[in-house]
Design a binder for this molecule. Structure first.
Ligand SMILES: *Cc1c(COP(=O)(O)O)cnc(C)c1O
Length: 384
């Protein structure tokens, strides 16, 4: 079956009793047992829930994996992956990982004796190899990265990680399985913030891990059940529903993003556009190989102006909402310097290329012309 067919049918068997085309939402916390001490498929909803299982089956099939686990948030999913580590272990992570992952590694897992090295994996997978030690158990990358849409070569990182006997985890939130399937490129774990494209409508929090190895799935499920941050039945249902239109949304949103990137690049008020679909983007060639036909619906651009001008632009759009988060049908924009990356020291932020005038845009499903006109009026107001 093709991707979009799997998205609709795998894990979505009709309910046989009333013949409902859409499976019901199973809210029960516990399940009646036929016999004491004989395990049935479901016994308690933290351990397993039919609605969650449906969603997990679909996302596993879309990622080219064998198993998936759904969590209460993206950070809960990442935390569960980190539970594979033990005190004394070392993690090599990309320097542009999600801020919450950075915080988890530096301010929580450090209490447990886990060490981390950040490297520019998007520049060259050799940076990962150089940072690995005999204690390195996990390499963690993200592509496209935030907020410059840096592209990391997933297949090359998988090779490097495996040479050092570590596993590779890939945060695939920005690309989604519609465009990139890290497990097929050699990664061991795929992670998603389902809050973004999988949910797709800014109305839930969720997270996913997907794998292609039964033993790894078993270890992760053990940690998930032990720590307990599972996805609830309603969110699981909404995620199943979101997956049915994932490919259509992501492809259409990507096409609009690509048109906006071209329009922005031609505008004299804009100093720079970061979009992997444009030839001048340093990761373009890898993205063309690694991403399936489109380059994603996230982009960022730098104004020919200062912090205050960028602030006026993000506050001056009428249709495009000023908010963190991304991946939904409505377009959102934000100023990394004052919002998503405000916790960075200014010098660190600038060293990462996150300038004062940078604006990040999550392109939704609105018409290109309306988004273009909205940005145009905000630029005119902010910059004259
Ligand atoms: C939002 C996000 C996360 C964290 O997910 P939550 O659902 O907010 O916990 C992780 N990685 C990326 C790339 C994200 O965009």
């Amino acid at each position: 079956m093709q991707f979009r067919t799997r998205a609709i049918h795998v894990g979505n068997e009709p309910d046989p009793r009333p013949g409902a085309v859409v499976p019901p939402i199973h809210l029960a916390a516990t399940y009646v047992q036929n016999e004491a001490g004989v395990l049935q498929e479901f016994d308690y909803s933290r351990t397993g829930n039919p609605t969650r299982k449906s969603f997990e089956e679909t996302i596993a099939a879309l990622e080219g994996g064998t198993h998936a686990l759904a969590f209460a948030s993206g950070m809960a999913a990442t935390t569960c992956a980190m539970m594979l580590l033990a005190s004394g272990d070392h993690v090599v992570a990309g320097s542009d990982i999600y801020g919450g992952t950075y915080r988890l590694l530096h301010n929580v897992l450090d209490h447990f004796g886990i060490e981390v090295s950040l490297v520019r994996a998007s520049d060259d997978p050799k940076r990962v190899a150089e940072a690995m030690t005999p204690r390195t158990k996990l390499v963690w990358i993200e592509s496209p990265g935030n907020p410059l849409m840096s592209i990391t070569d997933i297949a090359a990182c998988a090779e490097v990680a495996h040479q050092g006997r570590a596993i590779l985890g890939v945060d695939n939130t920005f690309a989604t399985p519609a465009l990139t399937r890290p497990l097929e490129l050699g990664a061991d774990i795929v992670m998603h913030s389902a809050t973004k494209y999988i949910g797709g409508h800014s109305d839930l929090l969720g997270g996913v891990l997907a794998v292609r190895d039964a033993e790894l799935a078993e270890r992760l499920h053990f940690a998930q059940n032990a720590t307990g941050a599972v996805m609830g039945p309603l969110e699981s249902y909404l995620c199943s529903r979101g997956l049915k239109t994932l490919e259509l949304r992501v492809r259409e949103q990507s096409r609009t993003a690509s048109r906006l990137a071209d329009w922005l690049a031609a505008d004299k008020r804009i100093a720079r556009v970061n979009y992997p679909g444009r030839r001048e983007h340093p990761g373009h060639a890898i993205a063309a190989r690694q991403m399936d036909g489109e380059f994603g619906a996230m982009l960022s651009f730098e104004l020919n102006g200062d912090f205050a001008a960028a602030k006026r632009v993000v506050e001056g759009t009428r249709l495009i909402r000023l908010a963190v988060s991304l991946g939904a049908v409505e377009s959102l924009l934000e100023q990394p310097a004052s919002m998503s990356h405000a916790s960075y020291a200014r010098e660190d932020r600038l060293a990462h290329g996150i300038t004062d005038g940078l604006i990040r845009l999550s392109v939704g499903l609105e018409a290109f012309e309306d988004l273009r006109d909205d940005l145009d009026q905000a630029f005119a107001d902010a910059m004259g």
